[in-house]
Design a protein around this ligand. Structure first.
Ligand code: ATP
Length: 234
């Protein structure tokens, strides 16, 4: 198992946001975590990337317990994150933003940059534009591209479709699929459950800080209870 989250509890002060959350992501998978507003999706992701600390439970990555490893070392270990709200550096060009993703490593930057520009032709066209002047969808691409420049073994994506026009949403999901096809494991958090389930191999459903269901994505797509609650049907 590449990533194993075991029975984690996470608090914000006295408020408990996660109650014994466990999930696993295997090498090569796209796993999606779906759930309503406030269910704890972002908290789960931030605990995996080390931005939040856990009260109990454990996280292992690549065979190692990383529960107490600081966030920047988790990036070096291979956990890449494109954060919710994007976090693009507004005063840097697109190109500089991408290079920031690679600041902690050596190696073939040119080849990796070329690959990001191939995945996102829009970024190649706009490489000298300032990050802050890119549109919402373009900034999302910058954030994903920057995370890819860390050469992650697993890419954590927090609502990449948020706030995007439908055509761009479809494009972003296609790109996530392509990133996975090229060998990167993906943990995807989404409110857009229908699209996420269509590209994912497996899925977990989070409700008020607890995992209430886990199954192959195709099974959840056809589950009437899931359809009623998360897919706008029923
Ligand atoms: P959304 O889809 O709306 O982003 P989410 O599933 O990602 O929701 P989280 O952001 O993880 O949910 O929030 C889980 C719970 O923790 C919510 O009840 C939220 O109010 C609470 N919470 C999140 N961040 C904080 C914080 N900094 N301080 C206090 N409570 C917080």
């Amino acid at each position: 198992m590449l990533l194993e989250v075991k029975d984690i509890n996470v608090h914000y002060g006295k408020i408990q946001a996660l109650h014994g959350v466990s999930l696993e992501v295997d090498q090569g998978e796209i796993v999606t975590l779906i759930g309503a507003n406030g269910a704890g999706k972002t908290t789960t992701l931030r605990t995996i990337s080390g931005i939040r600390s856990l009260s109990s439970g454990s996280i292992s990555f690549d065979g190692r317990d990383i529960s107490k490893v600081p966030g920047h070392k988790r990036v070096i270990a291979g956990i890449g994150q494109a954060p919710e709200g994007r976090g693009v550096f507004p005063g840097m060009t697109v190109h500089e933003n991408l290079l920031m993703g690679a600041y902690a490593r050596k190696g073939e930057l040119d080849k990796d940059l070329a690959e990001v520009y191939e995945l996102f032709p829009r970024l190649a066209e706009r490489r000298t534009q300032l990050g802050g002047t890119m549109s919402g969808g373009e900034q999302q691409m910058v954030a994903i591209g920057r995370a890819l420049m860390t050469k992650p073994k697993v890419l954590l994506l927090d609502e990449p479709s948020m706030g995007l026009a439908p055509m761009l949403v479809a494009q972003i999901f296609e790109i996530v699929k392509e990133i996975n096809r090229r060998g990167t494991t993906v943990l995807l958090i989404e409110q857009n459950a229908s699209q996420a389930l269509q590209i994912a191999h497996r899925a977990y459903i989070l409700e008020t800080g607890r995992i209430v269901k886990s199954a192959p994505a195709s099974e959840l797509l056809n589950d009437p209870a899931v359809q009623a609650a998360y897919l706008g049907a029923g």
